[in-house]
Design a binder for this molecule. Structure first.
Ligand code: 5GP
Length: 191
């Protein structure tokens, strides 16, 4: 997606440790117009399949997941990373290792918001090793629903996530694909 690529070139910072910082438009401050465009792009890319629900993970997935869900006119549910006293009802949960926080958290979704026999699109901001996306896929499947695809804003293609998701048989659509962050330089995959 050309517009997203321009934002990354203009405002992204490659940090040591293969981390891309995009906090001016995605991870802290959020650019609403870009989010609307990304929501439309996800809806277009998955327009060939019937989708009942979008699943994402707090916090940064929510804005993009919301725009995609709005465009597709379906509900959005986000997995919580921390238990809340309000989550007294039954939930699906699974452990996910966080790439940026370097710790494992138990993510959960209330069962009433993840019904059986649905077709679910998983959306997240970044794909690194694939733990977050595969964790969400486990939740969808534990509910007896189907993962119709995984939509990612920024895929770091040089890390393990792309292969793990494809090897698991999921359809993957990434709006921007980064080939390398070596020497703190952002290099994109050829389109
Ligand atoms: P994975 O689970 O695929 O290893 O990592 C994806 C998750 O880690 C995303 O939900 C995102 O929050 C975070 N993440 C991974 N790599 C990066 C990165 O380079 N930059 C930022 N901002 N977040 C990242």
């Amino acid at each position: 997606m050309e517009l997203l690529k321009q934002y990354i070139i203009k405002e992204g910072f490659a940090l040591p440790g293969n981390v891309l910082k995009v906090d001016s438009f995605l991870n802290h401050q959020i650019d609403p117009r870009l989010c609307v465009s990304m929501g439309k792009e996800f809806a277009a890319r998955f327009s060939d399949v019937k989708i009942d629900r979008v699943l994402t993970i707090e916090a940064s997935g929510i804005a993009i997941g919301l725009m995609a869900a709005l465009e597709m006119n379906i509900p959005l549910v986000f997995a919580r990373k921390k238990k809340s006293v309000l989550m007294t009802e039954e939930a699906y949960s699974t452990d996910v290792f966080s790439y940026t926080k370097k710790e494992t958290s138990n993510i959960s979704v209330l069962k009433k918001f993840m019904p059986q026999d649905e077709r679910v699109l998983i959306i997240d901001d970044f794909l690194a090793n694939g733990d977050a996306a595969l964790g969400m896929a486990r939740i969808v499947e534990a509910a007896g629903s189907e993962v119709v695809g995984i939509g990612i804003v920024i895929e770091k293609s040089f890390q393990a996530g792309h292969k793990r998701i494809r090897d698991a048989g999921y359809r993957l659509e990434s709006l921007a694909r980064i080939k390398s962050l070596e020497n703190c330089t952002i290099t994109f995959m050829e389109d």
